[in-house]
Ligand binder design. Structure first.
Ligand SMILES: NC(=O)c1ccc[n+]([C@@H]2O[C@H](COP(=O)([O-])OP(=O)(O)OC[C@H]3O[C@@H](n4cnc5c(N)ncnc54)[C@H](OP(=O)(O)O)[C@@H]3O)[C@@H](O)[C@H]2O)c1
Length: 295
């Protein structure tokens, strides 16, 4: 059996899709762990085994991983409290090692060690926990940022026409979430053993100005990128209603980009899946649901 933690999230459900549809894994070989089993009723109806799993509830670990050999550990979503995710992930890794799981696949981020991104220590610490564990094998997937994040990061720019940034006009090699789900499903359903680390980026690094130009062309109005000091960016987000800790986390994405830490274009996606990742232009042409706020 192969298992997925956090299976009801957007990433988890695309992994379920790729396992069953793209890779033709029988649903009866799949265990989907989630805090919300009801959200996966449609997958249960198709033969997937849905089990209760909550990294904050140690009692769920044993029953969730019975007979499971390979597990995709999807990082949790507690962004506003850096450190909490690391506790959750450490607990899960301990449990996975004890229950006899042979291989764990983990969704990390690019260059987590020494990153100025405020949530990076969660990923760096989880990679260290995997390395220190007694697990026979694991694969770290250092996922670049989703194109889909733009729905959040560009919301203000779509409304006002100005995209505030503190990233030194550096590029970011983002990738479609669905492609990352395909790569994760491929490794999970495969036979890879040992300890591997891959970096999964899009095919090109784009600056915010390049993205703004392309999005502006679609919505039929210019979006101007304004570089501001980091603290100005933070205060702008707080002024727009974001709690300060979250504003500082989001602003640190720009600091991380400014340091050139997400500009690397890697061939690992092709190595795993045998094809190129979707380009930004193709993604933008097919997914415009997020462009609801025009100016
Ligand atoms: N690379 C990027 O750009 C990017 C962007 C956003 C997020 N992420 C990371 O990638 C993950 C998956 O992304 P997504 O788009 O699927 O996010 P999402 O839709 O917000 O899903 C959040 C995920 O966190 C899981 N989770 C939360 N608390 C948990 C707990 N106590 N125990 C076990 N699982 C828990 C949820 O599982 P259940 O609800 O099923 O229990 C769900 O799968 C996120 O959680 C985050 O760590 C990466």
């Amino acid at each position: 059996m192969i298992g997925i933690t956090g299976a009801s999230g957007q990433f988890g459900q695309r992994v379920l899709h790729h396992l069953t549809h793209t890779l033709s894994v029988p649903a009866t070989r799949i265990v989907a762990g989630t805090r919300q089993p009801a959200k996966l009723a449609n997958w249960a109806a198709r033969g997937v085994t849905v089990r209760a799993l909550d990294f904050d509830d140690a009692a769920t670990f044993g029953p969730a991983f019975v007979d499971v050999e390979r597990v995709l550990l999807i990082s949790t979503d507690a962004l506003d409290r850096p450190g909490r995710r690391l506790e959750q992930h450490r607990r899960a890794i301990d449990a996975l090692a004890k229950t006899g799981v042979q291989h764990v696949v983990y969704t990390s981020m690019p260059q987590p060690e020494g990153s100025p991104l405020l949530i990076a220590p969660d990923h760096a610490g989880t990679e260290q926990a995997l390395a220190a564990s007694t697990l026979p094998g694991f694969t770290v997937l250092r996922n670049h940022w989703y194109f889909e994040n733009l729905a959040h990061f560009m919301a203000g720019a779509l409304a006002s026409g100005t995209w505030y940034a503190a990233d030194g006009a550096q590029g970011s090699a983002d990738i479609a979430r669905d492609d990352l789900a395909l790569a994760a499903a491929t490794v999970l359903a495969g036979r890879e053993t040992g300890r591997q680390t891959y970096t999964l980026s899009g095919g090109e690094a784009l600056t915010k100005a390049q993205i703004a130009q392309r999005v502006g062309a679609v919505i039929g109005g210019p979006i101007v990128v304004a570089q501001v000091p980091l603290e100005g960016l933070v205060q702008g987000m707080i002024g727009a209603g974001l709690p300060e800790p979250l504003a500082r986390v989001f602003a640190s994405f720009d600091t991380n980009t400014a340091a050139g830490r997400v500009a690397e274009v890697s061939g690992d996606f092709r190595r795993i899946t045998g094809r190129d990742p979707q380009s930004f232009d193709d993604w933008l042409a097919t997914d415009q649901s997020w462009l609801k706020t025009g100016h």
